[in-house]
Design a binder for this molecule. Structure first.
Ligand code: PPS
Ligand code: ADP
Length: 207
């Protein structure tokens, strides 16, 4: 994919200190952990728990949460498909910068459309993009409904709500899937533990 946009006569500026140098400093490898799933599936819970686990191991991470980004960077966007696509594109670009800075970037967004997630993956080195699917049943998410949004969507007071009257397209080839075991959702610390083990196994927790 071309990285050229609408600007002309622009040149890439290299610096003497690069990603490898920053990674050495931090003793870790920059990457993006992209957490996708329905509203209420536990994306933010996993991101926060994972950030805490990494912090306790001396690893630098940063959470980009969909809800939070919509208070600033993405405050001009709503939930129509083209706005969701732009939301994911911008967040992907920011996540890519954080990974280039050497951080373990934890992006937690519904990111319901496969093509938008795949576009993010294509933006960066494929091996630095770890897609984690919160594979929780809609019934569980709806039962949790911490913000009361499913109730409003069922009552027709919110239109285009993911899982109700807007689609969620599950990943076909993600790196990790977090799901219930015997009908029980793993505790936040256990979910985070699964991702930490994965990152460790892939060598991201050393430079
Ligand atoms: N129509 C509709 N559909 C889905 N979600 C909605 C909608 N309207 C508001 N919300 C709230 O917005 C949060 C999702 O924002 P995201 O930026 O992650 O969404 S997306 O990736 O652009 O689809 C989402 O937060 P989470 O519950 O944390 O997922 C909701 O609280
Ligand atoms: N592993 C879990 N075990 C029990 N409750 C959870 C777990 N993960 C999330 N929850 C609860 O489910 C609700 C939705 O979680 P949240 O992280 O806000 O989801 P999302 O970010 O996907 O909308 C919250 O009330 C949270 O405390």
């Amino acid at each position: 994919m071309s990285t050229l946009g609408n600007s002309t006569n622009i040149f890439w500026q290299e610096c003497q200190v690069g990603k490898i140098d920053r990674q050495k400093l931090l003793n870790q490898k920059g990457c993006v952990v992209w957490i996708t799933g329905l509203s209420g599936s536990g994306k933010s819970t996993l991101a926060c728990s994972l950030s805490k686990e990494l912090h306790s191991r001396g690893k630098l991470s940063y959470v980009l949460d969909g809800d939070n980004l919509r208070h600033g960077l993405n405050k001009d966007l709503c939930f129509k498909p083209e706005d969701r696509a732009e939301n994911i594109r911008r967040t992907g670009e920011v996540a890519k910068l954080f990974a280039d800075a050497g951080l373990i970037c934890l992006a937690s967004l519904i990111s319901p459309y496969r093509k938008d997630r795949d576009m993010c993956r294509a933006m960066m080195n494929d091996s630095n993009f770890i897609e984690v699917f919160m594979n929780m049943p809609l019934e569980l998410c709806e039962e949790r409904d911490p913000k009361g949004l499913y109730k409003l969507a069922r009552a027709g007071k919110i239109k285009g709500f993911t899982g109700i009257d807007d689609p969620y397209e599950p990943p076909l080839n993600c790196e990790m899937e977090i799901k219930q075991i015997d009908g029980v959702c793993p505790a936040p610390i256990a979910m985070a533990g699964q991702v930490v083990s994965y990152l460790k196994g892939r060598g991201f927790l050393e430079s």
